[in-house]
Design a protein around this ligand. Sequence first.
Ligand SMILES: [Zn+2]
Ligand SMILES: [Zn+2]
Length: 268
Amino acid sequence: MVFPVDHDLHCHSRLSLCSNDPAQTPEAILEHARSHGYACVCLTDHFWDSPAVPGASGWYLRQDLAHVRSALPLPDGGAVRFAFGCETEWCGGSALGIAPEHCGAFDFIVVPPNHFHMKGFVRPTDVDTEEKAALLLVERLEGLLEHPLPWPRVGIAHLNCGLAFSEGDLCAVLRAVPEDRFRATMQAFAGRGAGIELNCGCFAANRRRAGYHEDDEFRLFRLAKDEGCHFYLASDAHHPDELGVVPDIGPSIVSALGLDAHHLYRIP
Ligand SMILES: [Zn+2]
Ligand SMILES: [Zn+2]
């Protein structure tokens, strides 16, 4: 059975400050899902659980529980499951942007391990080379496993995100992630039932980079597959015209990774 391109489990509405697009409404997201015959779409606006989790940046302070919940109730999707999620933040140590007591407010929680463009917040300022960014990435994956999350409802976002080292060579970062430590984290995520994200928006952007090598970009996902992980597709759309990246390039990612139906992650 083929891996179905019938879902988008990470997209933003106008509530995310980096979208702020009046046209990016839950209705527009649902309409796209419906017209492409999706089984499920999940809204994942940026979220920091302030004041339950101290230490939000100025940007996150405004994106608290009341703010993301203002999208509710979501429009009735009929045959399309419209799930309510969030993309929280992860800065290492105790600085995970969602409090344990609020995990139940969401159907799905996307955790980005590599929003390293936020220097002095997500990324320590002394992480200034591709090698150090690669080590920080695996360290963050290891550290996340120490947190009491509802793992079958967690997605590990965009391992191939260009924000991991936007001033340098993303492929060099992806090559430098130590295989043994990375494999151990993926084995743990697989065992706990978390999903690994195939972020079509990142794949599309990376293909336009100078010095892009497909094997580098797929390296971590191939290791994750080898460790038994399950995967989901996502657009990470912030605007309506970005939603189409899943049907546009999702099939090529699925085929390059050799995924079939038993590799599919679904929100329980
Ligand atoms: Zn992200
Ligand atoms: Zn996102």
